[in-house]
Design a protein around this ligand. Structure first.
Ligand code: PLP
Length: 449
């Protein structure tokens, strides 16, 4: 049960959200940049003092959020040229950017190196060949982290390592091909390792286990490969609730336990430690406000609440089954009542659906509709500042993306809109020689602007 102060804060937030919808329309994503800053402080406090923290733009590349995390002291991890341009526009110095991802193309690597990116994570020997060639062509030096998929499996979270996955070198493959590492061009320096065990790791204990497994792996590799790493990127997986108000896990002992683990290193003792985080930093800042368009009875006593936001705006990846959906919580801003969630004591027959023409467009099912909820009410879904809009099926049914407004002290300081819909490139057809293999909507717009 929230205390009086929490209720007062909540009522204030509700009033503000109502007025924001009146100004900017519905649906609307609202981000609280003060919360982003708070989360950066919390995570830094939970990690060893001299560790670097990278914000992963995949969680939310909204420029206002990226600028906030980097101003608060984070480096940036990017996986595409668009994420890179957002990172650069945040004012960060380019050496503080790490470019990673399993499918980097020759063109994007070339463009990144051309503008001065010099830290990359390498996913395979093919990726290494591409990076090396691009560095030689540009005659620029690059520093590489070998991303490794360790032998050791782990439980608890969406595993991306320690299991068959497309991410990184299999540990044995890296070792078997190690001769290649002694034949590098003078433009390439291997500076360390990158391990990312998984996202949403569900407890402090599991986080520690994953970091221990990562450290063990880099110790093994260092003893066998015989080069001393300057950097070990231990990844992260720091969890945060998605679209509900479950408690975040406490990270009270993480720093001291990590310090103990790191102190036991034998071969990698001098290496700087990096971490990566997306959701822990941005999830709690974001709330999706939506309007109830319809409430109608269905077969077998079911009831459907139709919102103006669906899996095109939220939970697209959970709709596809990659992210556990958990339960969705909604605050009805039109009444003073408490939150309405799918995890009510009595399961009901109400489904909350979006406006798309697909039965998959369901945000939550088996809930019970409180009697005070009405058509035209506004609902608020919390903890969706990570893997919200850009992780959704934004182009499905071609509805416009919701506006995204960012607040400081409750006051709007930034307003953005994600572009959707086709743009005609018909004008290029008479001169197909203008089409390069590097053609993308973004590069064309820049070229012909
Ligand atoms: C390599 C890597 N780094 C960082 C992240 C960010 O994860 P999270 O948002 O859970 O912190 C991911 C997520 O998949 C990832 O694959």
């Amino acid at each position: 049960m929230p205390n009086v102060k929490d209720l007062e804060t909540q009522q204030k937030a509700f009033e503000n959200w109502r007025s924001l919808v009146a100004r900017f329309g519905s649906p609307l994503y609202v981000y609280d940049l003060d919360t982003v800053e708070h989360q950066v402080r919390e995570l830094k406090q939970a990690l060893p003092t001299n560790a670097k923290v990278f914000y992963s733009l995949k969680a939310n590349p909204l420029p206002a959020i990226v600028k906030t995390v980097q101003t608060a002291g984070c480096c940036l991890e990017v996986c595409s040229n668009h994420e890179l341009s957002v990172a650069c526009n945040s004012g960060i110095s380019i050496e503080q950017i790490l470019y990673s991802g399993p499918g980097k193309t020759t063109e994007e690597i070339g463009q990144a190196i051309a503008i001065g990116v010099n830290h990359f994570s390498v996913e395979s020997y093919t990726d290494l060949d591409r990076l090396e060639k691009a560095a030689e062509t540009a005659q620029k030096s690059i520093r590489l982290l070998l991303r490794v998929n360790p032998m050791e499996p782990l439980q608890g979270g969406l595993a991306m390592s320690g299991t068959p996955s497309q991410f990184g070198f299999e540990e044995s493959v890296l070792l078997n091909g190690a001769q290649r590492l002694s034949q590098l061009s003078s433009y390439v320096e291997i500076i360390g390792y990158h391990i990312y065990y998984g996202t949403q790791i569900d407890s402090e204990e599991s986080l520690i286990k994953s970091f221990k497994a990562g450290i063990d792996c880099t110790e093994r590799l260092t003893s066998q490969l015989g080069f001393t790493p300057q950097v070990i990127d231990l990844g992260g997986g720091f969890p945060w609730p998605f679209a509900n108000q479950k408690s975040a896990i406490a990270l009270d002992n993480l720093r001291s336990r990590l310090e103990q683990l790191l102190a036991q290193r034998k071969y990698t003792a001098e290496a700087e430690i990096w971490f990566e985080s997306g959701r822990y930093l941005s999830a709690s800042s974001g709330t999706l406000l939506a309007t109830i368009l319809d409430i109608k009875p269905g077969k077998f006593d079911s009831k459907f609440v139709v919102l103006d936001a669906g899996i095109n705006h939220l939970g697209g990846m959970s709709g596809l089954g990659r992210i556990p959906r958990g339960y969705v919580l909604m605050y009805n801003l039109s009444s003073e009542q408490e939150a309405w969630s799918t995890e009510t004591a009595n399961e009901g027959r109400t489904l909350v659906v979006g406006p798309l023409c697909s039965p998959l467009d369901c945000l939550t099912r088996k809930t019970e509709l409180p009697p005070s909820v009405n058509i035209n009410d506004i609902v608020a879904i919390p903890n969706v500042g990570a893997y919200g809009l850009t992780a959704s099926l934004v182009a499905f049914l071609s509805r416009p993306a919701p506006l995204e407004v960012s607040l400081r002290n409750g006051i709007p300081v930034d307003l953005s809109s994600l572009r959707t819909g086709h743009e005609s490139l018909q004008f290029l057809l008479p001169e197909p020689e203008n089409l390069s293999i590097n053609i993308t909507g973004d590069s064309i717009r820049e070229q012909y602007a």
